[in-house]
Design a protein around this ligand. Sequence first.
Ligand code: FES
Ligand code: FE
Length: 427
Amino acid sequence: MLDEKRIPVSQLVAPEGDKVLSEIYNDEQVFQTEMEAIFESTWIWVAHESEIPKKGDYKTARVGRHSVIVSRDRKMDIHVLVNRCRHRGATLCEEHKGNARSFVCPYHGWGYGQDGSLRAVPNPGPYEGVINKEDLPLISLRMESYKGMIFATFNDDVEPLEDFLGGAKKWIDLFMKQGGGYPIKTLGEHRFRFPGNWKIQLENTTDAYHFPIIHKSFISSLDGDTAEIFDFLEGDGFVEDLGNGHSVMVMIPELVDLEENLEAPIPERFKALAKELADEGHSDEHIRKLVRAAGGSGFNLNLFPNVACSMAFFRVLAPISVNETEIQHIAIGGDGAPSAFNKVRMRLHEHFQGPMGFGTPDDSEAWERVQKGSQSGKDQWILVNRGQEMVQKNELGNSYSTVCSEVGMKAAYQQWAKMMRESEKGE
Ligand code: FES
Ligand code: FE
């Protein structure tokens, strides 16, 4: 894809990787290159297994520019299929979620199985000697999952998913402890779009610096003890580069491992939950486990390029165009856990992330303003260098710095630049 308008990566990212040119948010050619060099080349999160628990369950998702169907077949195997009929290209499925024995194209009625095989072609006579059904299944992506997180890729040569996740796996394991002893399941979701580039959201997941500023209204809605928990900028938290563009921001170190410190006093905000569980006859040990998990993990894990495990929910981003991004907030709880526990988690989710929450509307306005503001001025940089003089290496050799540093963003841009450079070489 040689195009003379393409800006070299060496100009878009400073040599130290500590600043990026605003064109990365608003240049059409950069966006088109990203779709190929990143979204069609590496592992993209498409679903959590609990979203499609039964035979025939499916959901639609996006892998870069492509619509896909994530489907569970009769043998309980999962398939990720391109949502495009092999006849003349119509989408097969416009629903976000559902259950179906087959996918039938609305145009001429070609019918596909849950595994994507072409099963039925109406009025097949004129196709005799022309096509074979076996040659025209739905296009299937390579799929792998880790701890219920399903990823897919168009790139058959990419490393195994677990290698790609690498240092992030330990944090996924910790994150999944918030089911309070039950497996994680999704409780519901909402979606919205903001008029801005996808990387503006990607940066946000490990940005503690903005929290006390833009989330003032959230903080003022909390009780004193909870507000103290969220006052983490001066605490012992940190941001760590986990490799391959992934990073973790630990805001509340005491809440990294939710299966530890079960003896700690029950916080005021969960006393009503503890009482409700006690009234239902749960043991003290069980109650303590649930209460400790109820508020989620004390960290945000950013998995490059499109999913965050953020305290108590999944945040998924889908680039729509250079200046439009779709965000999905997926609430999670415990599969089979007492309903009081899942109810409390939903209320907490709504309080910050929900469409009427105190957090997300403020975040999305800031993202929109970055897109808008960064178009003014010529050759201007976006700075991701906060805390860089305080960077240290841990025992794994990973860089880390203070919780309100921009180490996570820098890690993502390093991977971004690496993948974009690889595509330059291929030209
Ligand atoms: Fe699907 Fe014709 S486009 S059957
Ligand atoms: Fe925020």
